[in-house]
Design a binder for this molecule. Structure first.
Ligand SMILES: [Zn+2]
Length: 75
């Protein structure tokens, strides 16, 4: 089993935001992706396999308000 997620990556290579690509939450996902793009991030759709996690961390290079990751990833 695996699922897909969108990860937002900044120019500097930091990935401070991600959200699960879940059809049920399509509207929220679209909003999160749009926020990432507005935050200057490149959005990539990635497959997350069972037992794997998405590594996201705050950018240490810029202080910028970016899309908050969805809670599901950290539950
Ligand atoms: Zn950075």
């Amino acid at each position: 089993m695996s699922f897909f997620a969108y990860v937002g990556t900044l120019d500097c290579g930091c990935s401070p935001a991600a959200c699960v690509d879940e059809p049920k939450f399509q509207k929220d996902t679209a909003k999160a992706v749009s926020d990432m793009i507005k935050g200057g991030m490149t959005v990539t759709r990635v497959e997350v396999k069972d037992g794997e996690t998405i590594k996201i961390h705050s950018c240490i290079h810029k202080v910028k308000e970016v899309a908050k990751p969805q809670r599901e990833l950290f539950a």
